[in-house]
Design a protein around this ligand. Structure first.
Ligand code: HEC
Ligand SMILES: [Cu+2]
Length: 366
């Protein structure tokens, strides 16, 4: 009897929890309401079975409880019952699977007018590439990947020259379908934005894809949803959905591949643009700005504003004052001295002495 009551309470509690708890899907911000519908159908079917099975169990526990002299009747076959159960189960399974197949058919067929954006994942950073004015992404190859060419762009491909490279956060125009091509440079990652109801694995050696149309202005978290190493939890960025005009303004500010090459190569010497500007260009083209802010807010890494001369606590308990030597060491070998409160996820980089000097000049000037 007690067991039967506990079962019934469990069922009532679960159903109430489902309807009363604040934890359900985040508000939808894309075209994928169909994905929410399939989830609701699955909840409905599995919820119905959950209630039916447990109520039946409680009934049996009570009805057929032990009584002296009462014997069980052995009935190994019951054709009628089996037919009923088979038919009902099939209907339930079909009701859960069929809508999903229709949604999947849409999911793998992006609209013709979808924009193309490439997403590049690596431990533990997201970056994005737009095809630029010619509408075509340039070819890439891991053999070209260096700290100076983090996207692995093929330097000889004319389509790649105008590609716009974005380290850090992504912006997208509202109401414009976008097809994302996903590429990983090291291990499995997974690109996921809860409000858009999209997620897809990034598989090294493959290009996977997904598409959606953002429908609500706002700023949404991009998470990696595939355990990809110690910095996994910190592999984040934002998607900002904004009006077409704001988006265009944002995009026009980003360097193209050709610009990032000239910013990085010796052709832009400090004499030409001054060391501070050269440092700024380097910090952008090498992707430092994805994790380090220059306005005093701390991001994935500490801010660079007021860095030199600052006292800093390290995770090993020691206290240091930020000097040029420490700055350089932090870049060449970031894992040796890790700032307290941050994850040891900064990728090591190498710079020439002149470049390092320009970076220092830039950070000092912030
Ligand atoms: C993926 C994010 C990420 C990127 C990209 C990145 N860093 Fe960092 N950086 C961090 C984190 C996190 C820390 C703090 C932990 C540590 O000390 O390793 C840090 C620390 C530092 C420090 C020490 C700061 C302090 O307050 O003591 C310097 C200097 C630095 N980074 C420079 C750079 C430069 C230059 C680049 C570009 C070549 C760069 N970082 C790129 C994440 C990043
Ligand atoms: Cu990841």
């Amino acid at each position: 009897m007690v067991f039967a009551i506990v079962l019934i309470l469990l069922v009532i509690g679960s159903v109430l929890f489902h309807f009363l708890s604040p934890w359900y899907l985040t508000p939808l911000a894309s075209n994928w309401s169909a994905i929410d519908d399939t989830l609701d159908i699955t909840f409905l079917v599995t919820g119905f079975v959950f209630v039916a099975v447990n109520v039946f169990l409680a009934y049996c526990v009570y009805k057929f409880r032990h009584k002296k002299g009462r014997l069980a009747h052995y009935e190994p076959e019951n054709k009628k019952l089996e037919i009923w159960l088979t038919v009902l189960t099939s209907i339930g399974v079909a009701a859960m699977l069929t809508p999903g197949l229709y949604v999947w058919a849409d999911f793998i067929n992006p609209p013709e007018d979808a924009d193309i954006v490439e997403v590049v994942g690596k431990q533990w950073q997201w970056s994005y590439r737009f095809p630029g004015a010619d509408g075509k992404l340039g070819t890439v190859d891991t053999r070209h990947t260096t700290t100076a060419n983090p996207f692995g762009m093929n330097p000889d491909d004319p389509h790649g020259q105008d590609d716009v490279l974005v380290m850090g956060n992504l912006h997208l125009p509202i109401d414009q379908p976008v097809k994302m091509l996903l590429r990983s440079q090291d291990v499995l990652h997974d690109f996921a934005v809860a409000q858009f109801r999209v997620k897809m694995d990034l598989v090294p050696g493959h290009v996977t894809s997904l598409w959606f149309t953002p429908t609500v202005l706002g700023k949404y978290d991009v998470l990696c949803e595939e355990l990809c190493g110690v910095g996994h939890y910190n592999m984040r960025s934002y998607v900002v959905v904004e009006t077409r005009a704001d988006f265009e303004a944002w995009l026009s500010d980003k360097p193209t591949y050709a610009e990032s090459v000239s910013a990085d190569s010796a052709t832009v010497s400090a004499d030409e643009v001054g060391p501070i500007e050269r440092g700024r260009l380097l910090a952008t083209s090498r992707g430092c700005v994805a994790c380090h802010s220059t306005d005093g807010t701390s991001g994935i890494g500490p801010t660079w504003r007021g860095l030199f001369g600052k006292t800093e606590a390290l995770v090993d308990g020691s206290i240091i004052v930020v000097s040029e030597d420490y700055f350089i060491e932090s870049i060449i070998d970031p894992a040796t001295k890790v700032v307290e409160g941050y994850a040891p996820i900064m990728p090591p980089s190498s710079f020439t002495d002149a470049e390092m000097g320009a970076l220092i000049a830039y950070v000092r000037a912030l």
